[in-house]
Design a protein around this ligand. Structure first.
Ligand code: FES
Ligand SMILES: [Fe+2]
Length: 388
């Protein structure tokens, strides 16, 4: 059988939308340091830039005047003189029509400013700067964010060593095969060298959780982890081994239907404050080690043929439930309610050890499943409650 190039949302039977609702990484924040950049996700071209106020703006890419990409020209005179950005607006490099952060044209150098055509407006999207990343709220019907972006309190710890993201490029695979890892208990031994000793999935509305543990062969150490997605493009995994705790981040964003762009990072705490060179080197090695483990998944995904259906055995994890959880993002928020009602709850593997229930109540998960709003309010996706 020849490898099928890729499969799209419809092939997996996900839902009416081709692309999911949710928060998705579209850039690392430092990519904006050198001016506007062109991005393509969800089969759409975007112009992304940081306004003079510091605000990040995401607009549809193409100027309504004559179709110029607002952010792709590096050689136009006003791009070279760095005159593209004015306040939080961007000028088109062709004839300098100025688009504000809402996507409306509010100034044309050779035209009465009070008569800028309303029909020249383009779409502006919800974006947030989140832990060194730029995330957009994607909604196929333009709906408002239903929850805030993910947040890790460790990021704001004074001993935090922040990730510099690994930019992993694109994979010819639909995001659902990446989220499959949440249920995939039986790949942990063969692919990652840490055979699973206990395992469980839990689903609670907007969050899918995996709790698992086993001995990590390369480090000869017991590994325990709690991993979650709070929308289908951003995974955080709190991992404890050898007496140390870190959080791994894996993000996937659809570029087109069946092609995913991926990023990876590790957040950890230094042993000293301020961090020494040795602490920085240790944090970098942690990220590299985690990337080596993740690269094994990446390698499988790069070469596999799509699994639009899983031939699931009894002791496989609950791919069915995790895929169903993913499907809720491919429909309206109203329709997603029925899916949530169906998948909410615990999904252990039959006759297989489950995590110690104390893990849930011991406080270990207090810094998991959180979101933070633009006003700083932290909430639990799990309970919906505000967390002080
Ligand atoms: S094409 Fe944008 S101003 Fe003319
Ligand atoms: Fe994996």
């Amino acid at each position: 059988m020849a490898k099928k190039e890729t499969a799209g949302a419809a092939d997996y039977g996900l839902g009416p939308y081709k692309y999911p609702r949710g928060w998705f990484v579209i850039a690392e924040a430092n990519e904006l340091d050198d001016g506007p950049i062109a991005k393509t996700f969800f089969d759409k071209d975007f112009a992304l830039y940081r306004g003079k106020s510091g605000r990040v703006v995401l607009l549809d890419a193409y100027c309504k005047h004559m179709g110029t990409h607002l952010a792709a020209s590096k050689t136009a005179y006003i791009a070279q003189t760095e005159d593209l950005i004015e306040g939080d607006s961007i000028r088109c490099p062709y004839h300098a029509w100025r688009y504000n952060e809402k996507g409306d044209v509010d100034h044309i150098p050779y035209h009465d400013a009070t008569k800028c055509p309303k029909s020249a407006s383009i779409e502006s999207y919800h974006v947030r700067e989140v832990m060194g990343m730029i995330m957009m709220w994607h909604h196929p019907e333009g709906g408002e964010p239903e929850l805030e972006p993910p947040y890790l309190p460790m990021w704001d710890d004074e001993r935090a060593i922040h990730w510099q993201l690994d930019h992993l490029g694109t994979l010819p695979i639909h995001g659902i095969e990446i989220t499959d890892n949440m249920a995939d208990a039986q790949h942990l031994g063969p692919t990652h060298g840490s055979p699973v000793e206990y395992f469980e999935n839990e689903i609670k509305d907007g969050v899918v959780i995996q709790r698992q543990g086993g001995v990590l062969a390369v480090y000869k150490s017991k590994l325990d982890s709690v991993t979650w997605y709070s929308t289908p493009g951003v995974l955080c995994s709190k991992q404890t081994w050898a007496g140390m705790t870190m959080v791994e981040l894996i993000c996937n964003t659809p570029v087109s239907d069946g092609v995913s762009q991926c990023w990876h990072g590790v957040l950890s705490l230094s042993d000293h404050n301020p961090a020494t060179h040795a602490d920085m080197a240790k944090a970098k090695a942690l990220q590299e080690g985690a990337l080596t483990a993740f690269a094994a998944d990446f390698d499988v995904w790069s070469n596999k043929t799509p699994a639009t259906k899983v031939m699931r055995l009894k002791k496989d994890g609950r791919f069915d439930m995790v895929r169903k959880w993913v499907s809720q993002w491919y429909m309206s928020a109203e329709d997603a309610e029925a899916v949530r009602a169906e998948v909410n709850g615990f999904h252990p593997i039959p006759d297989f050890p489950r995590p110690d229930p104390a893990k849930k109540t011991s406080g270990y998960e207090d810094d998991c499943f959180l979101t933070r709003g633009a006003d700083g309010t932290v909430r639990s996706v799990y309970t919906g409650e505000e967390v002080k």
